[in-house]
Design a protein around this ligand. Structure first.
Ligand code: SF4
Length: 443
């Protein structure tokens, strides 16, 4: 029987909102503790009878650390809305789009030609424009799940690069986004791109030369990268973007360009002439997290092997522990990854390491739950925080960052370490942990 029906039967005198909150708490406790709803309800029915007391009992059980801390805690308890038909496919399969759409200005572009060669069985269609194509259509989670079937090659008109919006009230690291494509072929349970389920597929620009032209107009030094709205290298063997980017930025040494990836698609990179201002970065997590939460990406071992190869080819590398997850035993797993980095690489070749704990917009909670019902990330004690995003409590975050910084500093005093999307108080508390704390100057 559905959990909402069970709650309706067992608590018939409660109104709809109260039943929803109880169902939500029961669902989360049952998942986190791996016990049946019935078992939890039987325990509840032997205890308090008032709604406020039942909710209090369930909230304390679901969020033991939050409710034990001083101050008032309000849990975020949206209606439970599970729909098995919206589950994401996590079965490994090759990238093989069924449809490739090119707008009129892109149909004869080098990128369209490369895609035709790479995917000869795909159905190629010309569309007037992406805007025209999506105009009368509505996309939802099911379309998002099928996005690898539909590639779009479009001529980008103006949205070439921008300052990273970071998050409100956070200390920015000064990053800039080279907006080279939208949509990712990987399936990370926590990915914020799931907020954009109204997107029709994987969008690739056909006019990279216009991005370079737009960049020339800025005349200032900056830190810039492509990995915000897509993985920088997941499709690089097809797009060949990295070769052109390296070639361009070699001639612009004021800018530091970063490729950010969870792939080991580095063939083009290691064939290119290296440049000091090009950094190849990997997002890292323990292998157990990669297996359960970062579907279709490559293993930790393959990411580190790729980093070693890039260093051998003359590039410097970066690492992003983002998102760091809080679970029982996280310390052992994450410390091991820090040690693996410094055992594999000369510390002088590591350009920077960033740290960022799990965070996402509250609306994403239901999407994640629907797409990845097996995920463990939502079992954490998350609640809206300083920027209204779901986060671990500030004290948990500070503890995580302090430990991570200590382990990194044990291996390297010099590598710049910074926090991604964190507030000033957290920066200050974490930086004070070690003599050489966090870095704000990354250029
Ligand atoms: S690799 Fe990055 S962009 Fe791709 S699904 Fe994972 S989090 Fe999202």
């Amino acid at each position: 029987m559905d959990i909402k029906d069970i709650v309706g039967k067992r608590f018939p005198r409660f109104g709809v909102n109260k039943r929803q909150e109880i169902a939500r708490l029961l669902y989360e406790i049952s998942k986190k503790e791996d016990v049946s709803f019935e078992c939890i309800i039987d325990g509840v029915l032997r205890g308090p009878t008032k709604f406020a007391d039942i909710k209090d009992y369930l909230t304390r059980r679901r969020f033991p650390r939050r409710t034990a801390s001083p101050g008032r805690f309000t849990a975020y308890l949206p209606d439970l809305d599970l729909d098995p038909s919206k589950k994401a496919s996590i079965k490994k399969r090759k990238i093989n789009p069924k449809n490739i759409y090119a707008d009129k200005k892109s149909e004869k572009s080098p990128l369209s030609i490369r895609l035709k060669k790479a995917f000869p069985r795909a159905d190629f269609k010309t569309i007037t424009s992406l805007k025209g194509y999506i105009k009368d259509k509505r996309f939802d989670i099911k379309d998002h799940n099928r996005r690898r079937d539909n590639f779009f090659v479009v001529r980008e008109g103006y949205d070439f690069f921008k300052h990273c919006p970071c998050t409100s009230k956070a200390l920015s690291c000064g990053y800039n986004i080279f907006n080279l494509g939208f949509g990712c072929v990987f399936e990370c349970a926590y990915c914020y791109l799931q907020e954009y389920t109204n997107s029709p597929g994987i969008i690739l620009p056909s006019n990279i030369e216009d991005f370079f032209k737009a960049f020339k107009g800025t005349g200032r030094s900056l830190r810039i990268g492509t990995g915000e709205f897509t993985d920088s290298l997941a499709l690089d063997s097809i797009t060949g973007f990295s070769t052109m980017i390296i070639d361009f930025f070699r001639r612009h040494p004021d800018a530091v360009f970063e490729f950010k990836t969870k792939s080991d698609n580095i063939k083009n990179i290691i064939s290119a002439k290296p440049a000091d201002n090009i950094v190849i970065s990997w997002s890292l997590n323990p292998q157990s997290v990669i297996e359960t939460e970062e579907h279709h990406t490559v293993s930790l071992e393959r990411r580190l092997d790729a980093a070693i190869k890039c260093v051998k080819a003359g590039f410097t590398v970066g690492f992003h522990f983002d998102p760091i997850l809080d679970y029982e035993g996280w310390e052992i797993d994450y410390k091991r990854v820090v040690d693996q980095i410094f055992s594999a690489l000369d510390r002088k070749t590591v350009r920077w390491i960033s740290l960022g704990t799990l965070r996402f917009a509250p609306a994403l909670k239901k999407t994640i739950e629907m797409r990845f019902p097996q995920t463990r990330i939502l079992d954490g004690e998350l609640a809206p925080d300083f920027d209204r995003k779901m986060r671990y409590s500030e004290s948990i975050r500070i503890e995580i960052y302090r430990k991570m910084l200590t382990w990194i500093r044990e291996r390297s005093e010099r590598v710049p370490v910074y926090l991604c999307m964190e507030n000033k108080n957290v920066w200050k508390s974490v930086s004070a942990t070690s003599r050489k704390g966090l870095s704000t100057a990354l250029l």
